[in-house]
Design a protein around this ligand. Structure first.
Ligand code: GAR
Length: 203
């Protein structure tokens, strides 16, 4: 059985690119069957098209309610028979109904050492700005399962990076992002193995 992956993103999509590259290199079994962005301008959609991966923007304002929006997003993913959904810089909080529909099969990457600098208001560059402002000497990245809370799901993998006194938030962001590109794939491998998709059955 081949594993099918769906990706949700809102921006540049470097994490999505790293996962796709690892699949192309044979490091990660399976296939990305659909990329959905809530933003039409997301560069992640361009990346997907360059790799011939089906990709589309599904905009919140085109739906009458949050519920209807996520029902549509979920239907698209289900039509593609996704086994797992990877949030890769998806800057929206998923409603409980969506989380339950894909229970235990949604992963997220967050650019801090959860439980530090996470939850509502902490996303993207804001995380790194807060880390530098607080004078932290380390930060990092976390891959976790998505539950009904915000960045509260079970942690799968975490990796630390140093923060130096002279660092700008951009320095920290780029150091963390490099780590993100490695640990997302490692975390996915861990999950699919634990779920019983051994190397043989997953490719
Ligand atoms: C990444 O740093 C990711 O951890 C973060 O957004 C960036 C997306 O970069 N996600 C969050 O802050 C979610 N709370 P990318 O589009 O280049 O992958």
């Amino acid at each position: 059985m081949s594993l099918n992956y769906g990706v949700l993103l809102s921006g540049g999509g470097t994490n999505f690119q790293a996962i796709a590259d690892h699949i192309a290199q044979g490091v990660l079994p399976g296939k990305i069957v659909l990329v959905i962005s809530n933003k039409e301008s997301a560069y992640g959609l361009v990346r997907a098209k360059k790799m011939n991966i089906p990709a589309l923007a599904v905009k919140r304002k085109e739906y009458i309610s949050e519920e209807a929006y996520y029902k549509a997003v979920g239907d698209l993913l289900e039509e593609k028979k996704v086994d797992y959904i990877f949030l890769a810089g998806f800057m929206r909080i998923l409603p409980e109904s969506f989380v339950h529909r894909f229970e235990g099969r949604i992963l997220n990457i967050h650019p801090s050492l959860i439980p530090k600098y996470c939850g509502e208001g902490f996303y993207g560059e804001r995380v790194h700005q807060a880390v530098v402002a607080a004078g932290e000497r380390e930060s990092g990245a976390t891959v976790h399962f998505v539950d009904a809370g915000c960045d509260t799901g079970k942690i799968i993998l975490q990796e630390k990076v140093p923060v130096y006194p002279q660092d700008t938030w951009e320095d920290v962001a780029s150091r963390v992002l490099n780590v993100e590109h490695e640990i997302y794939t490692k975390a996915i491998l861990k999950v699919i193995k634990e779920d019983g998709h051994g190397k043989k059955s997953a490719d």
